[in-house]
Design a protein around this ligand. Structure first.
Ligand code: PEP
Length: 252
């Protein structure tokens, strides 16, 4: 049975004190226990990862990094390696977020390198992909998504997919308040499962979790999560308030 996941991407938000308060609020809300098959992940900024790891130790909350560099070490000022993450107890990394692709020029080829580096270090990956508004308007969204998955992930072996979670995030729906309709999300998730089946077989395709991301909030989470191929969400803005994030978790 595939896992249900709600992951909060905090982006460049929350100083140390704010991060502690948010963790405390989420911890309090999930204390009563989640159902067995649901995971809750938070992704604070690099500087708050250590604190997040320490403060979630005795809880069921998991901690992810928002990015990492593809090299082992070296003269890459300002960057963080996979080994640095695992060394402090981080087991998960988000790769391919549209903001990394757009503002930091991360290409599919670079992401394939990051994917390899993460797997070499035994990190689980939340791999993001999704089309721009113009791709959707021109009807090219399926091609774009297929190409992103092929170039970023399809060099991997079947076994590697036990360490991959997919996150479909149509760029036009991220931080815009505009959500893909539950039907649009389902349609793309089903398409992704179809191409995964073609490339890696039905078992891999059925077991991989595919999250939806793009303006998910308490008011729309239940409907989106009710779709057959939507296994949870990657949440941005609504992950910054404990009560909203908890309400979304409860919607799964
Ligand atoms: C995101 O950045 O991954 C995201 C989905 O953001 P938001 O929920 O704010 O649209």
């Amino acid at each position: 049975m595939r896992q249900k996941i709600v992951a909060g991407n905090w982006k460049m938000n929350k100083n140390l004190d704010e991060a502690k308060k948010l963790i405390k609020g989420i911890k309090k809300g999930v204390k009563d226990g989640l159902n067995d098959n649901t995971r809750v992940i938070i992704a604070p900024s690099f500087v708050n990862l250590n604190t997040a790891i320490k403060r979630t130790k005795k809880s069921s909350i998991e901690v992810a990094a928002q990015n990492m560099h593809q090299s082992k070490s070296g003269a890459f000022t300002g960057e963080v390696s996979a080994d640095m993450l695992t060394d402090i107890g981080v087991d998960i990394v988000i790769l391919g977020h549209s903001e990394r692709r757009e503002y930091f020029g991360e290409s599919d080829a670079l992401l394939a390198e990051k994917v390899d580096a993460a797997l070499e270090n035994n990190l689980e990956i939340i791999f993001c992909f999704g089309e721009l508004l113009e791709d959707r308007k021109s009807g090219n969204h399926f091609n774009v998504v297929e190409s992103q998955l092929k170039k970023g992930l399809f060099h991997l072996k079947k076994e590697d997919f036990s360490k991959i979670v997919l996150a479909y995030e149509p760029v036009w729906a991220i931080g815009t308040g505009e959500t893909a309709s539950p039907e649009q999300a389902q349609e793309m998730h089903a398409f992704v499962r179809e191409i995964m089946t073609k490339e890696y077989g039905a078992t891999v395709a059925n077991e991989i979790s595919i999250l939806y991301g793009g303006s998910v909030k308490p008011a729309n989470a239940k409907e989106i999560f009710s779709k057959q191929d939507v296994d949870g969400g990657l949440i941005g803005g609504a992950a910054l308030k404990a009560e909203d994030f908890l309400a979304i978790i409860k919607s799964i």
